[in-house]
Structures are given as structure tokens and as C-alpha cells.
Design a protein around this ligand. Structure first.
Ligand code: DGY
Length: 326
């Protein structure tokens, strides 16, 4: 019997083709996230599920997915999953690291430039017909070259983002929850591991790349924004709840910091009151990995992972390999 697999939303076809060669595959045909009761009903009787960062994978999900042999997350971030619960039940879980590293780092740079050089705001001026011609004091932004870049969370994506600063001759600081040195950044850029408070105080651009954990939830709150320079910018392509968004709105309104470039939000798809009215915030709809190659890579990796789990094998990028130990 071919294993039965459920895919909670349409993904690029490459992964679906791989799954289809070995499994009975059903894909959510609706162009939206499934409601909770829909998700729980659809996963009953499936051997494998390929799901999204918007699906909550917890005890209730595992109760509903009564035949589950593996869950593949179509995302590198996995704060949507109760991993301890999966492990307790012996269900292997995978994510999609690596394939979206460069795309997400490039997105962080897009936000950095957009907010520093007021790109979105200038675009609005043009489209509204308000532009009256060149002016020496118009839409003046911040320099990037030679400034200090602070990377919070120097893992794969944080490292890639920092390495892309090479053309801009920046001083790079980084902070890691583990406190471990990043040999690549130190050798390639002369980057310096700094305490979080030092990084906040010295950086002109602070780019967030840390996963969401109980320790990093609201790492950026009113106190953190007060510790930053009033000329500094914060960029977030990681997870929204790392920032207390109401505190960010206050910091942007009061001029405590100069601006923010955000791809992720505390309560997606909602945004904190007032955020959308601020000219010094550039807002993207969680598109960090939205390039053709990254999304195809995620699709293929998630599918390969799920196929391995259905065969009882350890997937390439397993989040709880201990379930395979004898
Ligand atoms: C992830 O993979 O965690 C991103 O947020 C979406 O690609």
C-alpha cells in the first residue's frame, strides 16, 4: 500500500512530484491556511504530513494524525512545532535549513537599504504625484558604507547576511545566545562577538536572525530600543515575536530609533496598531524565502525528508534525530 500523505497548502511542484512517485498525495486545494478543525480532520489517517509555519503542530495535532510516521515542516523556523511532544511520541520531524539562507539574507539587505534610503517612502511620493522635482533637502537617508552592522543570531542566515556586507566595508558585531564565536565571521570580516547590550549601543543597523525561543521572545522591547542609537535601524527577517511590536511602534514614533525594516510580525498577519502609518518602517509580508530557487529547494527538501521518514529512515535535516536511536 502506498503511504497516504497530506500537504497543508500548495507548494512548488518539484516536491509534490517526488511525493507523488511514491505516495498517495492530497494537497489542500484552497489558497489559504486551513482552519484548525479543517487541519485536524484532513490529517486523520495520513502516514505523512507536509505542513507550514502557520500550522500549529502540537499534542492535539498528533492525536488527530493517528497514523503519522513523520512531519515535514516547509520552513527552517520550527517554533510552530511542539518538538518535545513529537519526540515523546516517537514522531520524526524535519525542517528546511540551508536552501533559503541566501534568499533570506538578501531580503534582510533589501530591507536595510529600503529603510536607510527611504525607498518605499520615495516610491509613495512618486506614485502620489507629490514630487515637484529635485530638491537638496528631500528624502535624505542614512549612509550604509563604513557603518556598524550588528547581527543578532549568527547562524546560517545571520552569517550570510554579514558576509554580504563585504562590499560596504562595514564593521561587524555579532551576538549569539550560545556565546560561541563564529570563526567564519571573525576570519573573513574581523567581526567581533559582543554582549547584546554592547551590540545594541554600537550598531547602526541591527539585523535579527535568531530563532524564536522562550529566551528570544520580546528580546527587543522598550529597554532594548532605548539602548540603541537614535540614528540606528532594526531589521527583522526571523520571527515577529522576537520584537515586542507595540514597543517598536513607540520607539519609532518617539524617535528612539531611526527606522525598522520588517518581514515578520508578532501576530501575523496582523500588525501592531500604528505600524502601517509610520513612514520610517518598511513592511514586507513575510517573503524572506520567496525566490524561485529557495521555494523550490524547500519543496524538494521537505519532500525528500518526508519520503525518508515514511521509509523509517532518518531525514536529511531532522529536528529530533533521537527518535531513530535504538
Ligand atoms: C522559514 O523558513 O522559517 C521562513 O520564515 C519562511 O520561509
Amino acid at each position: 500500500m502506498r503511504p497516504r500523505v497530506y500537504v497543508t497548502r500548495m507548494i512548488p511542484s518539484q516536491g509534490l512530484d517526488l511525493l507523488g512517485a511514491e505516495c498517495e498525495v492530497e494537497v489542500n486545494p484552497l489558497d489559504r491556511v486551513l482552519a484548525r478543525d479543517e487541519l485536524l480532520a484532513r490529517v486523520r489517517g495520513r502516514h505523512g504530513v507536509l505542513g507550514l509555519l502557520t500550522d500549529r503542530i502540537d499534542a492535539e495535532f498528533f492525536d488527530a494524525a493517528d497514523c503519522l510516521r513523520g512531519y515535514a515542516n516547509y520552513a527552517v523556523g520550527y517554533d510552530n512545532i511542539d518538538l518535545a511532544e513529537a519526540t515523546r511520541r516517537g514522531v520524526p520531524v524535519s525542517n528546511t535549513p540551508g536552501v533559503l539562507t541566501e534568499a533570506t539574507a538578501e531580503c534582510a539587505w533589501a530591507l536595510l537599504f529600503a529603510v536607510a534610503r527611504r525607498v518605499a517612502e520615495s516610491d509613495r511620493v512618486m506614485r502620489s504625484g507629490r514630487w515637484q522635482g529635485w530638491g537638496p533637502l528631500q528624502l535624505i537617508g542614512a549612509d550604509v558604507r563604513g557603518r556598524t552592522l550588528g547581527i543578532v543570531g549568527a547562524g546560517r542566515i545571520g552569517t550570510a547576511m554579514a558576509l554580504m556586507s563585504r562590499g560596504f566595508d562595514m564593521k561587524v558585531l555579532y551576538a549569539n545566545a550560545s556565546g560561541r564565536a563564529n570563526a567564519v565571521l571573525e576570519a573573513e570580516l574581523g567581526a567581533r562577538l559582543a554582549p547584546f547590550e554592547t551590540l545594541l549601543a554600537e550598531s547602526d543597523f541591527v539585523s535579527i536572525h535568531t530563532p524564536l525561543t522562550p529566551e528570544t521572545r520580546h528580546l527587543f522591547d522598550a529597554r532594548a530600543f532605548r539602548a540603541m542609537k537614535p540614528t540606528a535601524y532594526v531589521i527583522n527577517t526571523a520571527r515577529g515575536p522576537v520584537i515586542n511590536e507595540a514597543d517598536l511602534v513607540q520607539a519609532l514614533k518617539s524617535g528612539e530609533i531611526a527606522g525598522a525594516g520588517l518581514d515578520v510580525y508578532e501576530f501575523e498577519p496582523a500588525t501592531a496598531g500604528g505600524l502601517c502609518e509610520l513612514e520610517n518602517a518598511v513592511l514586507l509580508p513575510h517573503v524572506g524565502s520567496a525566490t524561485v530557487s529557495a521555494r523550490q529547494g524547500m519543496s524538494v527538501l521537505a519532500a525528500r525528508n518526508l519520503l525518508a521518514m515514511l521509509r523509517g529512515e532518518r531525514p536529511e535535516t531532522c529536528l529530533n534525530p533521537e527518535v531513530f536511536k535504538p
